[in-house]
Design a protein around this ligand. Sequence first.
Ligand code: DC
Length: 233
Amino acid sequence: MTEPNEGMQAPVVTLDGPAGSGKSTTAKEVARRLGFRHLDSGGLYRALTLALLEAGTPRDEWASLTEEGMRALPVRVSRDGTEFSIEVGGRPVQAELRTPEVTAHVAFLASLPASRACLLRLQRTAGEQGRLVADGRDMGSVVFPDADVKVYLVADLSERARRRLVEGGVSEPSEDDVARESGVIAERDRHDSERELSPLRKPADAHLLDTTRLDFEEQVATIVSLVEALGAG
Ligand code: DC
């Protein structure tokens, strides 16, 4: 059997889109099927946020940190099979990156030039050898502008809210739950799209994929076939 990516030049694939559009789970599965590595850039912004919270640095001091100051935080990223494992304070973190406290502060951290500069270098290093699926807000627009395949995922607000609630353990969210969560997500969308640095935008050369009515398998298959088409061309 031939490898799906045989003959290709170590491609980089980017998946960007708003909160709850399904980027991370989709990127992870696309990477697994292609034998590429998956980079969850939101996880990196969350790791810096967690490190600052753990250090007890007051939030009104975050904006005065320099790029070097951010880089000195105890956040380490290393390759671990097809994933990158993230450590904060010397221990691997995963669920801790998604606590309500980290989620409440991460958008502010991500709006700071020093955090973006610090992570830009780290993300580009991760992509140097290609064979990467990177998901976030600015993967195709800023971090990997020459990516081989760019995808921009969207989904209706209420569908994104429903998915977030289900992921969080609410198996059958009520209309009220969905309305409340939609408000929270709309606020994050506004923050991510209106910020000055690396705002959330669809890169002109990205494929637009509306996942509102697609199931997970269809989303993954669509993106895998875009990558496989590179080898066929
Ligand atoms: O995708 P997420 O919810 O884990 O992202 C966490 C925060 O980081 C969110 O506020 C958007 C921001 N982010 C960003 O600014 N740029 C990225 N490439 C990824 C995430």
